[in-house]
Design a protein around this ligand. Structure first.
Ligand code: GAR
Length: 222
């Protein structure tokens, strides 16, 4: 059992969502532990009806809606997000099903401070509909990736990945659900590493102090 982190040592995190917010929920649940090195200070959605906003309110976390349609362009939208995050004292950002792409200017104002979770084993299958595309491509292993956000879409340093098998009778829905269960384990772990200063970035490689990865993944098993 680790000792509680001093409250002022917990990194303040803004979580950005566009919808259901199940990954947000996994972060809220992790941060409910006083020993977790991050607290969720603000949840921002670009959609007023995102269910994740309900999850945030139920957890007693401040929310904001920044509707991209209310802004003249991407620069103005990004400036509004940036202002909301800074007003709330956020030090780190987690994108959790946030379906907008930031301008390079925004990303460069938060160097190595934005995480994203993506439902594929990057660098394979960037963009949208990645679970369906993994099935269609005949992949036998799929998964999810937490990476640091850089101006290039889905291309920043990879912090952590989790793999699942693609089964012969998988549909997009069944594979997405199997991957999502791993997303909910991976994202709180990756945020904890970043928030506690264990992540080192060298070019496009990220490493985590003290972390190990043993074994071999085979799918199907012989
Ligand atoms: C998750 O599967 C997440 O990896 C994906 O959207 C879903 C959001 O679910 N993100 C992306 O595809 C980003 N390119 P959630 O709202 O329940 O967390």
């Amino acid at each position: 059992m680790s000792a509680p982190v001093a409250p002022d040592a917990r990194k303040r995190v803004g979580v950005l969502i566009s919808g259901r917010g199940s990954n947000l929920q996994s972060l809220l649940d992790a941060a409910a532990d006083p020993a977790y090195p991050a607290e969720i200070a603000l949840v921002i959605s670009n959609k007023a009806d995102a269910y994740g906003l309900v999850r945030a309110r139920e957890a007693g976390v401040a929310t904001a809606v920044v509707d991209h349609k209310a802004y003249a362009g991407r620069d103005a939208f990004d400036a509004a997000i940036d202002a909301a995050l800074r007003d709330a004292g956020c030090e780190l950002i987690c994108l959790a099903g946030f379906m907008r792409i930031f301008t390079p200017g925004f990303v460069n104002r938060w160097p190595n401070r934005i995480l994203n979770i993506h439902p594929s084993l990057l660098p394979s299958f960037t963009g949208l509909h990645v679970q369906r595309r993994a099935i269609e491509a005949g992949a036998t292993i799929a998964g999810c990736t937490v990476h640091i956000v850089t101006p290039d879409l889905d291309a920043g340093p990879i912090l952590a990945q989790a793999a699942v098998p693609v089964l012969a009778d998988d549909t997009e829905a069944s594979l997405s659900a199997r991957i999502l269960a791993q997303e909910h384990r991976l994202y709180p772990a990756a945020l904890a590493w970043l928030a506690s200063g264990r992540v080192r970035v060298d070019g496009n490689r990220a490493t985590v102090d003290g972390a190990t990865a043993d074994g071999v993944l085979l799918s199907p098993q012989p």
